[in-house]
Design a protein around this ligand. Sequence first.
Ligand code: 5AD
Ligand code: SF4
Length: 483
Amino acid sequence: MSEKNPYKYNGDTLILENITDNNTNKSVYIESYGCAMNFSDSEIVASILSKNGYKTSDDMYNADLILVNTCSIREKAELTVRKRLEKFNKVRKTNTNVKVGVLGCMAERLKHKFLEEEKIVDMVVGPDAYKDLPNLLEEIEDGKSAVNVILSKDETYGDITPTRINSNGVNAFISITRGCDNMCTFCVVPFTRGRERSRDPQSIIKELNDLSEKGFKEITLLGQNVDSYLWYGGGLKKDFSKASEIQKASSINFAKLLEMCALTQPKMRIRFSTSNPQDMSIEVIKIMAKYENICNYIHLPVQSGSDNVLKAMNRQHTRKEYLELVENIFKIIPDCSISHDMISGFPDESEDDHKQTLSLMKKVKYSFGYMFKYSERPGTLAAKKLEDNVDEKTKSRRLSEIVDLQQKHSLFRSKQFIGKTVEVLIEKESKKSSSHWAGRNQQNATVVFPKKKFNVGDFVNVKVNDCTSATLVGEATGYSKNN
Ligand code: 5AD
Ligand code: SF4
């Protein structure tokens, strides 16, 4: 490692002492795709690079480094990235010295193959290897290519303060777990992001306080499976059984962490995502109900309403268990909104299985949904063991039936707010009108209303008088008590 590198890196631990910003005036252009975790990771990358003299830039034609943080969840996501790489190749015609690096899940999935398949790529870095970026950059500056796709059992980036790129100064992500141990048969995530591990709660609270000081008003605790959060001094979730009795007794689960966050910053709104049905406890729902600043919204993917399909997907819950959980949520938090992820056309999905999905949706009446056609991912258990045998036309037809039903339910849920006053945190100008603000209420519904005297970051009360399936429309009546 050369002298100019401000990080001390001993192979698996980054030592943060003696860091001095070296002002090399280099610029990095970062594009992110996929889930919130990827966007959050890009902020970690920006922070690491800033210590190495890189400023973020939105001008790819003059940047020294282009990074693309990639997603592998569906084939379409990977195709999007390949298209962007074609674009970056064109940029190279004028910006001849620029280096191109691929980060994230596609980097992890394809590893060295990326360099062969996409000749324009100089550097391939997996999600657990970002602290090695300063060293990898040195290698590519010497004209070599560089790859680090080692997955870690303890990396959480808890010691890095993210640089909030593209931030509105109001909402921020705090990542609390990395990886996933669920092994849903369709999902590439356990292979690209490794085993599940939780971040030190002290570093989470420190980041929360730091965001509050900087004026942020709402945070989202992020993880592939937040409800499975478990801190017992570090290490993998699956190794918890090997922890000492003292470690076990003083461990912190998600309900405790959520409560700590709510109590530490009572004026900030707290959200979290994503919840897995089998890990969501009644304790968590009760903590949500107890603290006003924890938003009444749960993203609770189900993937299918059929027990046959859930089993083939290796989901750790049945339809009945899922519906019981939903019932408990509504019992404890009657005005909670719930959203889902759903997949149409999983291998062997019959017409009856699909009908079960529609019937489950009718029972829950989700407020929102993220709906996808099944996309076979190389290396997953489904790809190895199950034939992708639902034809494209059937997948599409089933998906549109799911989407149409969701539209109806979203409208139904939106209409419940008409005539009511909701608290909205103003996030940005409405896309459709420069004289309107847009923000969200606790239940994650987008609300638009005339700007009047209010500003981005204000908590305001809005009387809802109209709606579509996606948006509530209203009139601000004044600041809310949380302002
Ligand atoms: N095909 C389609 N959708 C998928 N998802 C994950 N893997 C696949 C796949 N192979 C969806 C799931 C998950 C969301 C993040 O992406 O619904 O909850
Ligand atoms: Fe993938 Fe399942 Fe983990 Fe979600 S819970 S990331 S769908 S394996």
